[in-house]
Design a protein around this ligand. Structure first.
Ligand SMILES: [Zn+2]
Ligand SMILES: [Zn+2]
Length: 249
């Protein structure tokens, strides 16, 4: 008797597999496993590997010798957070997938992306961390109906077994687009634009917070979000993004 439900489940899974064989999450070609990329798409998807900047996750030349190294940007720009990682470089197939997720065409990408985030964030994860997304302004949220960063942070929190607080942060004011602004302009545009939700401050006090965003460009948004968490009493802030815009990308 005990075995029967499992047999039934296996049977259902087999039928589903016949009806819906596993497909590449990028191009739809048949693959061997669910939620994976086919060989061709894998080769066109720039996963970050090897030595990375400990603060933003951008790849660095040289070998990983187990000590923290930093990129030029992180040595010159104030980064209020401690450590950071990124799963992908924002180009080629990674860029395509990030945009498909952002525009709502492919919300199913959040699940495999959560696994990639989990793998990338591995070295900076700590027990008891609170996972939270970088917020969209509510007018943009209203138009788009979802925050892609919240989908990613939920998938990551689930994969990592950590607490998730999707509404930890809110946009205090509407900010113009970051596009077309230089680095200083991007930071000025975001300064003070994000705060901890007034009903959520009790969750941040003394807590290590892990902020999640889809793309890191200048780091201005993450800096504003990290400042907000620290201002509300967070013990530390780390960041992880699905894709990092690297200088040579
Ligand atoms: Zn493919
Ligand atoms: Zn860096």
């Amino acid at each position: 008797m005990i075995g029967e439900p499992r047999l039934l489940r296996t049977g259902i899974q087999e039928v589903l597999r016949l009806l819906f064989p596993p497909q590449c999450i990028s191009c739809g070609e048949p693959t061997v496993s669910d939620f994976g990329l086919c060989g061709a798409c894998w080769r066109q998807t720039p996963f970050v590997t090897g030595l990375v900047c400990d603060r933003c996750g951008t790849p660095l030349p040289g070998e990983d010798e187990g000590r923290a190294e930093f990129c030029d940007d992180c040595l010159t720009i104030a980064r209020p957070w401690e450590r950071g990682r990124s799963a992908l470089l924002y180009r080629d197939n990674a860029r395509k997938m990030v945009l498909a997720l952002k525009h709502g065409d492919r919300l199913d990408l959040a699940r495999p992306a959560g696994e990639w985030l989990f793998r990338a964030a591995g070295p900076i994860l700590a027990e008891g961390m609170l996972v939270a997304p970088v917020p969209l302004h509510w007018t943009r949220l209203f138009r788009r109906r979802f925050n892609q960063s919240a989908l990613l942070s939920r998938a990551l929190a689930r994969a990592a077994g950590l607490d998730h607080c999707p509404d930890l942060l809110v946009r205090a004011r509407r900010t113009g687009s970051q596009e077309g602004r230089d680095r200083d302009g991007r930071f000025a545009n975001l300064a003070g634009a994000i705060r901890v939700h007034p009903h959520r401050t009790d969750r941040t006090v003394g807590r290590a917070v892990l902020l999640v965003d889809d793309v890191m460009t200048s780091g201005a948004t993450l800096a504003a979000a990290a400042d907000a968490c620290l201002g509300a009493g967070a013990a530390s802030v780390s960041v992880v993004t699905l894709a990092r815009v690297a200088k040579d990308a």
